[in-house]
Design a protein around this ligand. Sequence first.
Ligand code: KG4
Ligand code: ZN
Length: 372
Amino acid sequence: MLILGIETSCDETGAAVIEGEQNSNKVKLLSNVIASSLPLHSRSGGIIPENAAREQIKFIIPVINEAIQQCNNLPARLAAKRAGKAGLTIGDIDAIAATFGPGLIGSLLIGVETAKTLSYVWNKPLIPVNHLIGHIYANFIYSELNPKRYTLNANIEFPAIALIVSGGHTDLVLMKRHGSLNWLGGTRDDAAGEALDKIGRLLKLPYPGGPYIEQHAKKGDPNKYKFPRPMIGSKDFNFSFSGLKAAVFREVQTMKQPARRSLGEGGLDNETINDICASVQNAIIDVLVKKTLKAAVKYKAKSILLGGGVAANQSLRNEFELKIENLKLKIPLFVPEKRLCTDNAAMIGAAAFFNNQQTDWKKVDANPSLYF
Ligand code: KG4
Ligand code: ZN
């Protein structure tokens, strides 16, 4: 089954084609195209929804075209072409999947309305997908160009605990099987990525701050500043990162005394920025790992899945591996390829394949505040 996935919940415009096989617990990535308006937002220090949607209107059709064309560049398909077989065209697609929420309304509308139009015009089934569930399904994708992940790792077994950790969300979910998800807890205020991005802005790093904080953290001392680990010991599975963000703000304010302003625009020298980044990252990772492993033990998880932009962070991945080993938990950890952690349409196609809730296009509407 070939599915064209479409993702436009935030600033990215994504289209991808995945191939799923019956009775298989993974899908193959055939193409994955993303057009980002990030440089635009980098200048404004955050996403301006109206600008994101305007860019997406321009990108959406070329991105979909490119996703279909790219399928023909895969080694297997090139060989078929050489043997005289026709390339993949829209006629070969079995269904269209699109993110219908949560996200920015203007951005969601572009993907949803495009998908509805294509469903009607091409007479293809439409599968609406929850963006958050999409992030979990990035773990079920393998690509011909990088098949190693699935030959080396065990298969994903249920029950699984999934941590979705992105710019908009920090959620822990118990997945009993495909289509059965129980939300265990989430952030009460800022998402982990949001806290990183706000701290990045404070430190005058480009937007989004997460990947830049990771780079600076590599050169810093993670124990230099004792930032709080909010709710790390709470009995529930909720998170809170705004207190940590406030603590960093206070720390930086006290440092930015007039005498230090000569040190640069941000008033901080590089070593200090590196140490703050390493200490902040360390605090966030501590909380994420502790709570996720607690849930994994409580619900006797057979797999742990990470998803969302922050899951691209190598220190987070390493810390999970280390703690799982130290605690002798013997639960396999699954992490998507880094490019599939941040927003993409392949994960939307994968979620659609395993849940396959085909819906009449007339009944599909964008829902910016959709949750689990
Ligand atoms: O999943 P995503 O692309 O969009 C949302 O659904 O929110 O996640 C974006 C978030 C941003 O907050 C960004 O700073 C963070 O993911 N991020 C990272 C890294 N790469 C992206 N955070 C830490 N380390 C990274 N390498
Ligand atoms: Zn996302």
